[in-house]
Write a protein that binds this ligand. Structure first.
Ligand code: NAD
Length: 499
């Protein structure tokens, strides 16, 4: 049995003695125990961060960027090991695990250019002999609280930008798959990051609350489910912190009558069922426009879904693997029953799926519902499993309204060959990230990621320039340098005005 400890300067074992089980989702067995930390563990991490951060902030940005370059090379070198470790705790297939790490590395690539990004603004001659310039300075100590579903990418969304901009960062990863975040922390140290700049503390609500209340932590970045995101946002802001808190999702894929249906079906198979639907940018709702489109889509979807291969996470032919825990498997199956009870038509039922030789694994077969309607709770809530729901729309206007009026507003996609319809849709839909013939429109690292409505609390997105804005504060300097000549010191200081 492995024990997974914090990565805190100068100590490892947790003070509380409490631990959480980390499962192997392929077999259902407990494979490791993770320390569940306390305020005392966090205090130790904060003390180390306070000691290290001023020196790191004073390190010139080019040198900080060199650590990012070295870290990127190390992650690439260790990709196989990291991907297998990730799959073994999460359950996603190896190709998805590599994608998880790769999308995080792309944020690190952005951070390699941090000297350029931090250059600031300058106005010469804002008044007589007066210049104004601004600089972005680190906040001090920041913390990140991350979900189970991207244990590589999401810690790197936050830690990369926080560290590159000169902060110390304390990561509290999901207690369900904590090993990869720890390995990433170790690789950062190997890459030359000073001790105390990136630390990992494990835990559950007790540790999250300790972070939210800690007076020395200036900013908290959270990604997880919406109720917790809202709670983290409220409590962190009440403690005077800067908080960004990304929540859940229920992304719709609009299928226009002119769409290439073969392409749509291939895209939906990947976007609804890939990673067992445990993606915040999954597409669990298909919205065919018009009855003809709905009938044609359904006819093509059924065989495609029945052909999906569910396997262990190391099966390179598997389309997707097990879900993360037995509790989550039960939750998904309960939602399927709720859909049935609410009157949706269960076309393909993935409940009770067993993989031969892995009967204890947390597998859920692919599931398809048709005739789902907006009043059903199974439509309103996030299921976060391999379940695709068809909601039929009468026309384009109806299709724009569905995602726009949903409580979540993370991502949405439209499939069409009509540029005008796509353009109208992108402009009008009340959702934060839009894909046009792109099923999972997660923006690249130098743009930013973030949803609307109950998919995000706070006003700043993750990574890209929004991330830089979140992890820094602006200082604006107004300077005047009198020439020191006779009489000059008698001049009154004049505040520049627009006039
Ligand atoms: P979760 O909300 O259960 O957990 C997220 C984090 O919060 C974990 O670190 C966990 O330890 C902590 N936590 C759990 N319960 C808590 C409590 N009561 N009080 C304080 N902290 C608590 O989420 P999850 O199941 O790990 O991840 C899946 C969710 O994350 C989905 O809803 C998914 O849509 C969302 N997600 C959103 C995005 C996005 O960009 N919007 C990205 C990935 C995942």
């Amino acid at each position: 049995m492995r024990d997974i400890d914090h990565l805190i300067v100068g100590q490892s074992a947790t003070a509380s003695g409490r631990t959480g089980d980390v499962f192997d989702p392929n077999t259902g067995a407990v494979q490791a125990r993770v320390a569940l930390g306390t305020q005392a563990d966090l205090d130790r991490a904060v003390a180390a961060a306070q000691k290290a951060q001023p020196g790191w902030a004073a390190t010139n940005p080019q040198r900080r960027a060199r650590v990012m370059f070295a870290f990127k090379a190390l992650v690439e070198k260790n990709m196989e090991e990291l991907a297998h470790l990730l799959s073994s705790e999460h359950g996603k297939v190896i190709a998805d695990s590599k994608g998880d790490i790769q999308r995080g590395l792309e944020v690190i690539e952005f951070c390699c250019g941090i000297p350029h990004v931090l250059k600031g603004e300058y106005t010469q001659g804002a008044g007589p002999g007066i210049d104004v310039y601004s600089m972005r300075q680190p906040l001090g100590i920041g913390a990140g609280i991350t979900p189970f579903n991207f244990p590589g990418m999401i810690p790197l969304w936050m830690s990369g930008v926080a560290i590159a901009t000169g902060n110390a960062f304390i990561l509290k990863p999901s207690e369900r798959d904590p090993s990869v975040p720890v390995r990433l922390g170790e690789l950062f140290l190997e890459a030359g990051l000073p001790e105390g700049i990136l630390q990992v503390v494990h835990g559950d609500k007790e540790m999250v609350d300790a972070i939210l209340d800690h007076p020395a932590i200036s900013a908290v970045s959270f990604v997880g489910s919406s109720d917790i995101a809202h709670y983290v946002y409220r409590r962190g802001v009440a403690a005077g912190k800067r908080v960004q808190a990304m929540g859940g999702a229920k992304n719709h894929g609009i299928v226009m009558p002119d769409a290439d249906l073969d392409q749509v079906v291939a895209d939906l198979a990947g976007a609804a069922f890939g990673s067992a639907g445990e993606r915040c940018m999954a597409l669990p709702v298909a919205v065919p426009v018009g009855e003809k489109t709905a009938a044609a889509l359904r006819e093509k979807l059924i065989p495609a879904i029945e052909n999906l291969r569910v396997g262990v996470s190391t099966d390179s032919d598997a389309h997707y693997g097990p879900v993360v825990t037995a509790i989550h498997k039960k939750r998904i199956e309960d939602w399927i029953q709720t859909g049935v009870d609410e009157g949706a038509e269960l076309v393909v039922d993935g409940r009770g799926f067993e993989l031969q030789g892995h009967e204890g694994g947390f597998f859920v077969g692919p599931t398809l519902f048709d005739h789902v309607t907006t009043g059903m709770s199974a439509y309103k809530e996030e299921i976060f499993g391999p379940v695709l729901q068809i909601v039929r729309a009468d026309d384009f206007e109806h299709a724009v309204r569905l995602p726009s009026e949903h409580q979540y507003g993370n991502g949405v996609a439209i499939f069409t060959r009509n540029g005008h319809a796509a353009r109208e849709f992108a402009a009008r839909v009340n959702v934060g990230m839009v894909g046009i013939n792109v099923p999972i429109p997660v923006p690249v690292a130098y743009h930013t990621v973030g949803g609307w409505k109950r998919s995000a609390f706070g006003d700043t997105n993750q990574h890209g320039m929004e991330g830089v804005k979140f992890w820094t504060k602006v200082k604006t300097v107004t300077q005047r340098w009198p020439d020191g000549g006779v009489g000059d010191t008698a001049n009154a200081f004049v505040i520049p005005t627009m006039g």
